[in-house]
Design a protein around this ligand. Structure first.
Ligand SMILES: Nc1ncnc2c1ncn2[C@@H]1O[C@H](COP(=O)(O)OP(=O)(O)OP(=O)(O)O)[C@@H](O)[C@H]1O
Ligand SMILES: [Mg+2]
Length: 362
């Protein structure tokens, strides 16, 4: 049977497309499904989050441009059942290359149709904005999931995203289904509730019941280069991702039933949780986060996150600036001391000049 292909798409950036893609993938695998993640974002965040270095030899760019076979590009991850077609940094230049090709909007469809994928699900992590890569994802997918954050700009993102999906449904992929809208990074405050209600009133049953709450564990997990469902399987965010995966599977089962197909039933949630905890244990044993090497690795990951490739002097400079931004009182004291120093220096210089003029008798 061909896999069910789902694209995670919203033209707005930073609303948890990648976090949802990787956690959906590991949760599906925890429920015993086999999954391929396609990372279409040159930032390579889902590639990294699944334990693969984006400086890897081959990636999606080679699939699209160099006709590399899927089998040579695909990589195993530390999570049984999850494989990835990774992003490499070269992906950043693909838009121009693809615009030179004919029928470039259907390149991914053709690649997937001709490959022996041997999996139950394909999860595509799209970059923000509507470029040729998200169009390729929507053209190849059976379904699209829109992650959305209930902030004042959420509506703008949706208002740009829904017409793009319609555009693909009317031309490139008539069977593309909007499987659902998922609230992510969800806050429990009045504004989020009001915006959430507004979106629900417009989209009704399309919105999933599950919501992913804002949870610092997600950021800690990203720092450690892991999906939160593996890093902290019992955290609020991980539990909500499991809820979402169950709802996603239920919706897929209903869609398949309408088409006269069947989806293998999933095991109980405890089985999935046990598997996530097992991966967590394996990784803790492998990386030893409490050992000196583990801590050094964690520190260098944090440094990379904060400073990128900056030199030591640039990091020190940034550190000083951050210190003063965080401690405005210290900045005021520092400026006052500097002022006092300048005044004292000026006074001493004037006194020196006066004495000199006395000596030389001017
Ligand atoms: N539930 C959550 N709670 C707190 N932080 C979160 C949550 N989900 C995601 N984040 C954080 O929000 C940021 C954006 O998430 P993510 O990278 O998944 O978004 P994205 O939509 O893929 O972004 P982009 O458009 O740049 O690809 C990341 O720092 C991530 O760790
Ligand atoms: Mg992303």
């Amino acid at each position: 049977m061909r896999p069910y292909i789902v694209a995670l798409f919203n033209q707005k950036g930073g609303i948890s497309k990648t976090t949802t893609s990787t956690n959906l993938a590991v949760c599906l695998a925890a429920f015993g499904k086999s999954v391929i993640v396609i990372d279409l974002d040159s930032q390579g965040d889902s590639t990294k989050s699944l334990g693969i270095d984006p400086k890897t030899r081959e990636g999606v760019y080679d699939l699209f441009i160099n006709h590399a076979p899927v089998e040579s590009v695909i990589r195993d991850t530390p999570f049984d059942g999850v494989r990835v077609l990774p992003s490499t940094y070269s992906l950043a230049g693909i838009e121009i290359k693809l615009s030179e090709l004919q029928n470039s909007q259907r390149t991914l469809s053709a690649i997937l149709a001709n490959a022996k994928l041997d999996c139950d699900y394909v999860v595509i992590d799209c970059p923000p904005a509507l470029g040729i890569l998200p169009i390729n994802a929507l053209a190849a997918a059976h379904a699209v999931v829109i992650p959305v954050t209930a902030t004042p700009y959420a509506n703008d993102g949706l208002l740009r995203t829904l017409p793009s999906i319609k555009y693909v449904q009317e031309g490139l992929n008539k069977s593309l289904l909007l499987q659902g809208v998922l609230f992510t990074i969800h806050d429990r405050n009045k504004t989020a509730r009001r915006i959430g209600d507004l979106i629900r009133s417009r989209l009704g049953g399309t919105v999933y019941r599950s919501q992913i709450p804002r949870d610092n564990m997600v950021i800690e997990a990203a720092t450690a280069g892991l999906p939160v469902c593996v890093y902290a399987p019992r955290s609020a965010a991980a539990q909500s991702h499991l809820d979402f995966t169950e709802e996603f599977l239920d919706r897929h089962t209903a869609i398949a039933a309408k088409a006269g197909e069947t989806v293998a039933p999933r095991p109980a949630r405890d089985v999935a949780l046990d598997r996530l905890l097992h991966w967590r244990g394996d990784l803790a044993a492998a990386t030893g986060p409490t050992t000196a090497a583990g801590l050094r690795q964690r520190k260098s990951q944090l440094d990379r996150l904060l400073y990128g490739d900056r030199t030591l002097a640039e990091r020190w400079h940034l550190g000083v600036i951050h210190f003063f931004i965080d401690n405005r009182l210290s900045l005021a004291v520092f400026l006052l001391l500097m002022l006092a120093g300048v005044i004292a220096l000026l006074g001493a210089s004037l006194e020196g000049l006066r004495r000199l003029s006395d000596i030389v008798g001017l």
